[in-house]
Ligand binder design. Structure first.
Ligand code: 9G3
Length: 567
């Protein structure tokens, strides 16, 4: 490809709205342009990388026995009504009407569509296992799209759906997908970790997220430094010492005046206690009913764990009026002592052995000190409802936990029969019995993978593309296109590389050397061949490895051979 005719509008500066480096570099390297909030156009350079990632995904999905299909973006509302999700999702599901006033949704995912297809075509256990995937546009009307391709509203996803006779067969499929994902992200040159994850709204049981480790990642993961345990902090379990030391109350419960002291810091400073002696009381609304959560002052409530342990669909913090109504006091003075008996109270397991603790007194400007279970307040239910911290032991091996940030580029789920039962996707087993198909689903954000690769592979001069997803493998920079010798040599090497099928960009622009070097560094092509004054002096050209900066000089006639060796 000749740069002078290639639509590649690089930029020196980027709009202030680009907050993270991958967004800045995707814009500066002329790979994407914003159409509207959360909507991006891929320009030729960006599309070449996107297609490389898709190609790797296709190869590994096909190798794992999956078959590619292509499903419509526009989905009939009826299917989502059958699965019960039409009313579960709010504005994120963009709904539209056709000319006959029939209702549709723009597909954010395709469980309903694929289950409808399979329920019509699969009848017997002989038709299973089946694994169908697509690489297709999705639309999720995010309330606040940001970070460029990282959280767009319209984005390209590879989504696969597996169909098996039972849980055991699903386990095999799930492992095959897990391995395929590891190969995909390895081949994309990413430093990633599969982590145990919550199944979220999709339902079903187990799931794994594939996280690209990056400080700009929106997700937090707990990684063990000794074993390969890694889990999204939403799920990472906290090990509680099983032995309960025989502890005794040593103080009476006393009401103390704490004027205007609401937060953990204000109360603990005012009373001169440490935060692990304070029990904070949070009021929430779970599926419409109040729930009281008790935690040590130095711990944070993990709402996903609380929601799961109570088997709730929805769970949110109560507003200040509700807190006032339920506890009789404003936020900051709530406590477990004297609450109405019918209230659901859950305490984090680390409160089990606590004695002489401090709580709100359910009265403005008042707290209790010296509170003890049983004597002053009945023991509630105990559960693991807090976020793991770096002080907690690894739940697998007891080793040290490290909290890292990650970008979720893939997520695989064991769905079970949630959709097949809701939509009547069944098969006849060998005994002629009708049974629901057991499903799994497996997603990769393709654009997000490209952005994550840039988050992980850049320096102050620009992108440093991993070889297999780079838009080109080699860029040739003739430094003076008015010099016939230089042009002839550059063209000759270009033709030699293209003849070997090496994707090469020839920077034939009438630009100064500095501009050519800056652009070559910015777009991050793995190898750069410079044709400059060394050609006349020693009949040599320079080959630079973008990742290491290492530069070697080779005789012009060996440039093609040396370059293909280096790739
Ligand atoms: C919706 C909307 C947003 C959504 C969903 C549904 C996320 C939804 C979860 C999944 C699960 C898997 C197959 C590929 C891998 C991920 N956001 N999810 O179901 F209506 Cl608006 O999409 N689906």
């Amino acid at each position: 490809m000749r740069y002078s005719r290639f639509f590649l509008p690089t930029l020196k500066e980027v709009p202030a709205e680009a907050e993270i480096i991958s967004h800045k570099l995707l814009l500066r390297a002329g790979m994407i342009r914003k159409l509207a909030s959360g909507l991006y156009s891929y320009l030729p350079l960006g599309l070449r990388s996107l297609r490389k990632i898709e190609g790797i995904i296709r190869e590994e999905m096909n190798r794992a026995g999956a078959q590619e299909v292509l499903l419509p973006l526009v989905q009939p509302a009826e299917l989502w009504q059958e699965s019960g999700r039409w009313d579960r999702y709010g504005k994120e599901l963009l709904r539209l009407k056709d000319r006959h006033q029939r209702a549709y949704g723009l597909g954010p995912t395709h469980e309903e569509v694929i289950t409808d297809l399979v329920r019509r075509e699969v009848k017997s256990y002989r038709d299973l296992p089946l694994n169908l995937y697509q690489i297709q546009t999705k639309f999720r009307d995010e309330i606040r799209p940001r970070f460029g391709l990282m959280r767009g509203r319209e984005f390209i996803m590879k989504d696969a759906y597996s169909f098996d006779v039972d849980d055991e067969a699903l386990e095999e499929t799930y492992q095959a997908m897990y391995q395929a994902y590891c190969r995909i992200f390895e081949r994309c040159g990413l430093n990633f970790r599969p982590v145990e994850a919550d199944t979220g709204s999709i339902g079903g049981h187990a799931s794994h997220e594939f996280m690209v480790l990056a400080d700009t990642g929106e997700d937090q993961i707990a990684c063990c430094t000794s074993c390969d345990y890694a889990a999204n902090v939403e799920l990472a379990e906290v090990i509680h010492p099983s032995d309960h030391p025989d502890v005794r109350p040593s103080r009476p419960m006393t009401k103390v005046n704490t004027p205007g002291r609401r937060s953990v810091r204000e109360v603990t400073e005012f009373l001169g206690i440490s935060s692990d002696q304070l029990v904070k009381t949070l009021i929430l609304i779970g599926d419409g009913r109040p729930v009281v959560a008790l935690l040590r002052g130095d711990h944070e409530l993990n709402e996903v764990k609380l929601r799961r342990s109570l088997g709730l669909e929805d769970l949110d913090l109560a507003d200040s009026d509700t807190v006032q109504r339920i506890t009789g006091a404003p936020i900051g003075f709530a406590g477990p002592v004297g609450l109405p008996g019918d209230l659901k109270i859950i305490a984090d397991q680390d409160l089990f052995d606590l004695t002489d603790f401090v709580t709100g007194a359910n009265e403005v400007d008042a707290h209790y000190t010296g509170v003890n279970w049983d004597r002053d307040v009945p023991r509630p239910e105990f559960a693991d409802i807090r976020f793991i911290t770096e002080k907690d032991p690894c739940p697998r091996c007891g080793g040290e936990i490290e909290l890292r940030r990650g970008i979720e580029v893939g997520h695989i789920f064991k769905l079970g029969t949630k959709y097949s039962e809701a939509m009547g996707a069944t098969y006849l087993d060998a005994d002629g019995r009708e049974r629901p198909i057991v499903m799994g689903c497996y997603g990769i954000g393709v654009g997000r993978t490209l952005a994550a690769a840039i988050e992980q592979n850049h320096d102050r001069n620009g992108i440093v593309f991993p070889r297999h997803i780079a838009p080109f493998e080699v860029i040739i920079s003739p430094l003076n296109v008015k010099d016939a010798l230089i042009v002839e040599a550059a063209e000759d090497i270009y033709n030699g590389l293209m003849a070997q099928g090496i994707e090469t960009l020839l920077d034939d622009r009438r630009e100064r050397p500095g501009v050519k070097f800056k652009d070559a560094d910015l777009i991050g092509i793995p190898l750069r061949i410079t044709v400059g004054k060394r050609l006349k002096e020693k009949n040599e050209v320079e080959i630079m490895d973008r990742a290491t900066g290492k530069t070697i000089s080779v005789p012009r006639d060996r440039a093609v051979e040396k370059t293909s060796e280096m790739l």
